[in-house]
Design a protein around this ligand. Structure first.
Ligand SMILES: *Cc1c(COP(=O)(O)O)cnc(C)c1O
Length: 374
C-alpha cells in the first residue's frame, strides 16, 4: 500500500497538454496567453471584478495590503486560526498585528469579537487599516456580517481565500467578499500550479497590484521607476497548468465532499470523534476533512497523527493559532481560547480528490483502531 498524503496534487485533465502548449509557444516568462487566460478563467469562475496572477498566495496578500494603503505604523487585524502567511504579509508592510479568535460555527473570525473590538478601537481613534479574514479549511467566515461591520467603520477587508477557492457564502464566491481577495495554488491546495497565487477584487486596485508586481515599471522604453516594485508575477507555464486545474475544480469539490461524507459515515460510531461543522449559510469546498478528539478519548492530535504515520498515512494537527506562535508572542489578541481548543483537539485527515473509496476506508480503519485500542 502506498503512502496516503493529506492533499497531494491531482492532475486529471488537460493540464499536461496546456503546459506543453505554453512551452512550445516559447512564452517561458511571466507573461503570455496562459497568464491572461488563467486570470480570465478565475474571474469567470468566481465572479470577481478583476484578477492578477502572482507567484504565491502570500504575494497576493502582501500586495493586497500594499494597494489597500497599509503602511508602517498601521494596524491590521487577522484571524488567529490560520496558516502564518497572512500574518507574515502584515509584517512585510511594517504594520503591526492584532489577532482575533474564531467562532464555533465556521471556525473563522468571530464577528461578535470583531464588533466589540472595532467599537473599542473607534472610541480610542485607533481603527485598523485593514482586516484580513481567513476562510479556513475551505469554509467561508461569516463574510456578510464581517463585511458590514468593517464597512460601518470604513475599514478595508482583505479575504484570505487561499484554502477556499470554489467555496461560497450565501451563494457568493469565496474571495469576492472583501475589497480584495487572495487565492493560493500551492501544491497542497484544492487546485495547484506547483506554486502560485491570484489577487482578485476592485479593478483599480488589482491594476495597481499588477503594476507593482512587475517591478513598478513605467510604460516607457527605458526603465523608469517612480515606485518600489516587486517581482511577484506567475510564470506563463504554471498559469497553463492553473487553467487546466480550474476546469476540473467542480469535480474535485464534489469528490472532496464525498470523502467528507464517507469519513462522517465511517467514524459515526467512534466515541469522542466529531467533525468540523459546516455552516449551512455557505458551501465549503471540502479542501480538508477535520475531526476533533474529545479529551475523553485519551488521545491527543499528535498521538493520533503518530498512529496514522505508522501506517504510512499523513495527518496533521489543526493550524496552531498565530497568538500561540513564538514569533508572534507579543501580538495583542482578542480572545483566543476557541482557536487554542481547536488546535488542542483538531486533526486533518487525508482528503485529496484522487483518493479512492478504499483509501478512505484505510484511514477510517486506522483512526478507529487508534481510538478503540488505546
Ligand atoms: C496556503 C495559504 C496561504 C499562502 O499561500 P502560498 O501560495 O503558499 O503563499 C495563505 N493563507 C492561507 C490560509 C493558506 O492556507
Amino acid at each position: 500500500m502506498g503512502r496516503l498524503y493529506l492533499s497531494p496534487p491531482d492532475m486529471s485533465g488537460s493540464e499536461r497538454e496546456r503546459l506543453l502548449q505554453a512551452f512550445d509557444s516559447n512564452w517561458i516568462t511571466t507573461m503570455g496567453a496562459a497568464v491572461d487566460g488563467f486570470e480570465a478563467d478565475v474571474v469567470a469562475f468566481t465572479g470577481a471584478e478583476a484578477a492578477v496572477a502572482l507567484a504565491s498566495g502570500t504575494a497576493a496578500l502582501h500586495l493586497a495590503l500594499v494597494v489597500a494603503g497599509v503602511r508602517s505604523g498601521d494596524e491590521v487585524w487577522v484571524s488567529t486560526l490560520t496558516f502564518a502567511a497572512p500574518a507574515n504579509a502584515v509584517v512585510y508592510t511594517g504594520a503591526s498585528l492584532r489577532f482575533i479568535d474564531s467562532d464555533r460555527t465556521t471556525w473563522n473570525m468571530d464577528p461578535e469579537l470583531l464588533a466589540a473590538a472595532l467599537a473599542e478601537a473607534a472610541a480610542a481613534d485607533r481603527l485598523p487599516a485593514a482586516v484580513i479574514v481567513v476562510d479556513i479549511y475551505g469554509q467561508c467566515a461569516e463574510l456578510d456580517r464581517i463585511g458590514e461591520l468593517c464597512d460601518q467603520y470604513g475599514v478595508a477587508v482583505v479575504e484570505d481565500a487561499a484554502e477556499a477557492l470554489g467555496a461560497t457564502w450565501q451563494g457568493r464566491s469565496a474571495g469576492t467578499w472583501g475589497r480584495l481577495g487572495a487565492f493560493s495554488f500551492n501544491g497542497n491546495k484544492i487546485i495547484t500550479t506547483g506554486g502560485g497565487g491570484m489577487l482578485v477584487g476592485d479593478a483599480e486596485l488589482v491594476d495597481r497590484a499588477r503594476y507593482l508586481s512587475q517591478q513598478a515599471r513605467q510604460p516607457v522604453l527605458h526603465y523608469e521607476h517612480v515606485d518600489v516594485g516587486y517581482n511577484y508575477r506567475l510564470s506563463n507555464l504554471l498559469a497553463a497548468v492553473g487553467s487546466g486545474q480550474l476546469a476540473e475544480l467542480p469535480g474535485k469539490i464534489e469528490r472532496r465532499h464525498a470523502i467528507n461524507r464517507a469519513y462522517r459515515a465511517g467514524l459515526a460510531d467512534v466515541d469522542g470523534v466529531d467533525f468540523m461543522p459546516w455552516d449551512d449559510r455557505g458551501s465549503p469546498n471540502g479542501w480538508l476533512t477535520l475531526i476533533t478528539l474529545d479529551p475523553s478519548t485519551g488521545l491527543t492530535p499528535h498521538e493520533l497523527c503518530a498512529a496514522l504515520e505508522s501506517q504510512d498515512i499523513e495527518a496533521r494537527p489543526a493550524w496552531k493559532p498565530m497568538h500561540l506562535q513564538p514569533v508572534f508572542a507579543d501580538v495583542p489578541t482578542v480572545g483566543g481560547e476557541v482557536a487554542a481548543e481547536l488546535f488542542d483537539r483538531g486533526v486533518c485527515l487525508p482528503s485529496g480528490s484522487a483518493m479512492t473509496d478504499d483509501d478512505v476506508d484505510r484511514v477510517v480503519e486506522a483512526v478507529t483502531g487508534a481510538l478503540t485500542n488505546g
